[in-house]
Design a protein around this ligand. Structure first.
Ligand code: NDP
Length: 254
């Protein structure tokens, strides 16, 4: 459908070599976009590129640690060097360090905030001039249920994901006149490497999520592909500053 067509568009996806990021990248690729995967692990990047090429997409990878400020700023330039333009940025790289707040080292706090929040800001800054030059763009930030709720075992993660929503709103206000739409996706509990470790570390989590999710199941990464295509396409040109839960009803359940 033309409304959702991404033919000729170029997208960069941080944390695109795994889980939710890879599924969103595959969604965009299926809609016609060229994709640049940005992550640290070269082998995972290469596998992701292969899976995107199998969908018929032009794809490449950039090895990047988003804790590196200069690398985040340069990401947009690198994408444009490879594929000539940058239309869509998905800020999705994310980590968690699960412990009680009193046990957190300052370095651990900074690490989670740097990867989950600061990097999204810096990559957006780096993308901005290219999107302005292209006449517009789409920025999609990955929040979380922890953008809405707090939790005892992830104070830095929840702080970073709350920050993602406020950053999204602020960038949306700043850049709307540049025809750049900025939105956040708030995934519910999705079965990925990140949450496999959570299930090991937090006793009873698996059952609690199942009990609270009206859809009666954990999400799978592919559940995020459709919303990514919507927010990356012309179908969402008047949608900006939002934070959309994709959670099987988890955040609607009292
Ligand atoms: P994964 O662990 O599968 O993916 C995390 C991705 O982030 C990987 O591609 C990883 O690549 C990348 N990454 C981590 N640290 C860095 C870094 N320093 N520099 C560059 N890339 C980095 O987890 P998910 O797919 O579950 O998570 C993706 C996003 O979704 C995260 O922001 C997470 O917070 C969010 N989310 C996940 C939920 C879930 O239930 N799974 C729920 C709500 C939000 P590499 O290691 O190669 O660098």
């Amino acid at each position: 459908m033309k409304l959702f067509d991404l033919g000729g568009r170029v997208a960069a996806v941080t944390g695109g070599n795994s889980g939710i990021g890879l599924a969103m990248a595959q969604g965009l690729a299926s809609a016609g976009a060229s994709i640049v995967i940005a992550g640290r692990r070269a082998d995972r990047n290469a596998d992701a590129v292969k899976s995107l090429a199998a969908l018929g997409a032009r794809a490449a990878a950039i090895e990047i640690d988003v804790e590196d400020e200069a690398a985040c700023h340069a990401l947009g330039d690198q994408v444009v060097e490879r594929f000539g333009r940058l239309d869509i940025l998905i800020n999705n790289a994310g980590i968690n360090i699960r412990k009680q707040p009193q046990d957190y080292a300052a370095s651990e706090w900074h690490k989670v905030l740097n990867v989950n929040l600061t990097a999204a800001f810096l990559c957006s800054q780096g993308a901005y001039p290219h999107m302005v030059r292209a006449g517009g763009g789409k920025i999609i930030n990955t929040g979380s249920m922890m953008s809405i709720f707090g939790t005892s075992f992830a104070v830095a993660y929840a702080s970073s994901k709350g920050g993602i929503v406020q950053m999204t709103k602020s960038l949306a206000c700043s850049w709307a006149r540049d025809n750049i739409q900025v939105n956040a996706i708030l995934p519910g509990w999705i079965d990925t490497e990140l949450t496999q470790s959570a299930r090991q570390q937090v006793s009873g989590l698996h059952e609690r999520v199942l009990a609270r999710t009206p859809a009666g199941r954990w999400g799978v990464p592919q559940d995020l592909a459709g919303i990514a295509v919507f927010l990356a396409s012309g179908a969402s040109d008047f949608v900006t500053g939002t934070a959309i839960p994709v959670d099987g009803g988890y955040s609607s359940q009292g």
